[in-house]
Design a protein around this ligand. Sequence first.
Ligand code: A3P
Length: 308
Amino acid sequence: EELLMMNSEESLDEFLQSIPKVHRWGNNDLVKLNGVGIDPKYVPNAVRALNDFKPLPNDVILASFPKTGTTWLKSLLFSITYRSFKESLANIHPHVLVPTIEVQGFEGFESSTHDSRRLYATHTPYQILGSTHDLSNCRIIYITRNPKDTLISMWHFTNKMKDADGSLPLEEAIENFCSEIIPCGPYYDHVMGFKTASLEKPEYIFFITYEELMEDTKTHVKRLAEFLGCPFDKEEEVEEVVKNCSFDILTSHEVNKSGDFTSWFPVPFSSYFRQRNIGDHKSYLDAKTIEHIDALTKEKFHGAGFMY
Ligand code: A3P
């Protein structure tokens, strides 16, 4: 199926009119662009990322569905790739260190001091990313997370948006998630797209879950460094990376605690850090809802070689 692209003569309004059905997600509209849920405000950036972003063979691309561990992995990948990380992590928010191409754009970062290897992030599904970009020699790292914890994390995050005032009731978030109306979603297709691709091209696509990374961060940081072709020489170096990217250390820095709003998304800097508990959904979802989402997960992830 051909991908829908906005041409330069078209206004955003004209283009949006050609996109099917507007849903709501909290206080925001949500349209489906090439099957993916997106706030109309971000359509121009998303289209630009698809049209103009040109991956280089040595690039590292961190791909994820939102709220699955992106911020953590941004800081880890930055540290693994560039090694001198302490000062940067203490002063710069992980989302500035590693920009998300369809949110913050991708210019200007190329000429940074780290031009030996570029590091970018994206929430674009593989089904689109892989068909619009030549990723043949890039390394992709994909992280995913238990769908119920992802949903709860996203629900909290949405309600931290400017003027949100609890605009997204939990029941609505659950219903939308299950009917696959969610920013950057559907969630299940997103995960399956990268899972399938990682099985086909394991030397280029590294697939990990938030829970695995949480259980044994050190081992996986070493695996990541090897995958990227820059293994650690000393055990202490790995330990330094793990420590400096830990939730406790990251949330001790002023930049990550700040209630100021970021320039790229209407949320405070601090909203990317909440409490990182595994199984937090149990405090919010009743047994019936859990059963319902589990059945959906089973159906969607059937045969994927992993299960939540
Ligand atoms: P919770 O809302 O469950 O606490 P993303 O970075 O993809 O937006 O995901 C955000 C989730 O990752 C939040 O989960 C957040 O607390 C958690 N997180 C952020 N930094 C982390 C870190 N250094 N270690 C573990 N989890 C982290």
